[in-house]
Structures are given as C-alpha cells and as structure tokens.
Ligand binder design. Sequence first.
Ligand SMILES: Nc1nc(=O)c2c([nH]1)NC[C@@H]1CN(c3ccc(C(=O)N[C@@H](CCC(=O)O)C(=O)O)cc3)C=[N+]21
Ligand SMILES: [Mg+2]
Length: 293
Amino acid sequence: MTAKVIDGKAYAEGLRVRIAKAVKELGAKHGLKPGLAVVLVGEDPASKVYVANKAKQTVEVGMNSWEHRLDAATSEKDLLALVDKLNNDPAVHGILVQLPLPKQIDSTKVLNTINPAKDVDGFHVVNAGKLATGQDSLVACTPVGSVMLAKDALGKLDGLEAVVIGRSNIVGKPVAQLLLQENCTVTIAHSKTKDLPGVVRRADLVIAAVGRPEMVKGDWIKPGACVIDVGINRIERDGKGKLVGDCDYASCSAVAGSITPVPGGVGPMTIACLLHNTVRAACAQKSVPVPEM
Ligand SMILES: Nc1nc(=O)c2c([nH]1)NC[C@@H]1CN(c3ccc(C(=O)N[C@@H](CCC(=O)O)C(=O)O)cc3)C=[N+]21
Ligand SMILES: [Mg+2]
C-alpha cells in the first residue's frame, strides 16, 4: 500500500484565499483591517524562517503586519513592556511572541502577559483553560491545522483511536483536547511510555509531535492509518541540510492510508491558522460578526 499524500500546502492556500475574501469584506463593511504583530527575540534559525513566511502571507491576505526584532540579550522587563504596548495598541488585534525565548526570559510569564483576546497563538493560560473546558477560545494554530488535515483525509473522526505522541503545551496537549472534541478515543504517549511502538500500532490516527527526526517507523503504523507529522527537524544528510518530520516518511508511507509530508504538510497550515485566528480576534475586539472562512 502506498499512502495518499495529504497536501497541506494546497489546503493552506485554499484557506488563505477564503481568509483574504473575509478580510476584504471586513474592510468594505466595517472599515476593519486586522493586524498581527510578531515579536522575535534573538536569532533562532527556525523562528526566522517562520517569521519571514508569516509576514509575507499576512500582507498577502490584506492584513497589517508588524515585526519587532529584539536583541538576544533583551531583558524580560523590556519584552514585557513591548507586550504591554501592543496590548494597548487598538490597531494590533493579534500578538505572537516567537518561541523559544532566550534563557534570561521566563516564557510562561511573557505568554500570560499577552491580552488573551489578542493571543492568536492560543498559548495564554486562559485560552488553554477554555479549550480544556470546551469554551470558545483562540486555539493553538498547529493543533487546529493538524485536525483540519486529519478531517480532510478521514472525514468524521468519531470513535477513532487517536494516539498523540508528545505532551507539549504547544501541540500535544491542545491537539489531544481537539481530538476529544471530535469524539476520538485519545491516548497521549511520550518519552516514558512503555512499548511506544505497540501503543502507536493501535491508532487509526497518529499525531507525531515529539521533535525527534524520523523517530516513528513504518512498522509502528497500523495498515491504513492516517499519519499527521507535526515535526519540522533540520538535519544534515549527505553533506546537505534537509527538513524531515518526526516520522520516517519512506517506511511510514508504505503502510499508512494517508500521511502528511514534511515540508508541505502541517507547517503551512500553522501559518494559515494564525491568519485565521487574527481575523477572529479582530472581529471579537471590534464586535463584528466573523465572516465565513
Ligand atoms: N509563538 C510561536 N508560535 C509558533 O507557531 C511557532 C513559534 N513560536 N516558534 C517556531 C515554531 C515553528 N513554526 C513553524 C510554522 C510553519 C512552518 C512552515 O511553514 N514550514 C514549511 C517549510 C518551511 C521551510 O522550508 O523551512 C513546511 O513545513 O512546509 C515552520 C515552522 C511555528 N512556530
Ligand atoms: Mg510547530
């Protein structure tokens, strides 16, 4: 069996077209132009790539984009002051502080200083708590994008065995919450899980979010399962830089029913969902209905 390739890049492009239409409509009907501010502290290479893509796509869908680049030695106090300024700027509807942050800065404190209404990453404890208790909230972008792709591949997820590999606050935990809302039976596996291959083999839907290059092997996958690979790992192979996921694509795609590639899978969905959240946040802040997207 050769898995169907889930084209996240194409899905994300379609979503961005719908977002662009919604932004146009908000401008015409309400004079509202959603705006996203991204704060990057230091020189993390993965974050730089992401910020560049994001700024370009924000402008392409017709929104305002601001980039704040701060020195790697920036103090926590100075970063908190910038967040406060953005919280109080009515033109800024979404705020994203790139992770990871340098070690002198307490990232939990920074994330929880963002106004929850502008927290388009969905990382604020209020938004995480609302997601966990089934209240309407801004939800983390990679989890939302992952579930959109799983539903695109499988249709309804009701009753499926889902195994999430990874328990981070950024992906593992929120994606498990979303899958629970979709009526999956959810297992969260992690580095201390006994017989991880055996646990993964039960899954109709695998969400791999561990950050270990090519860790999940084909013989861990139940034949026909859907594999959503959240990992974006930069590795060296044959003297060249290469982007690989948390799944060994060659062996997994020989067994799975459908699989996301890296690049071109979940990554583009993360950015599209960020734009989606920014539109939702802007509408909520201006008390206008959220257009169809
Ligand atoms: N506060 C915060 N929120 C984030 O969402 C966040 C973050 N910090 N820090 C860094 C990670 C990483 N991340 C990516 C998103 C999209 C791609 C993406 O579009 N990837 C393309 C390829 C990009 C390439 O070619 O390098 C793809 O997978 O096809 C990559 C990485 C968001 N992150
Ligand atoms: Mg990610």
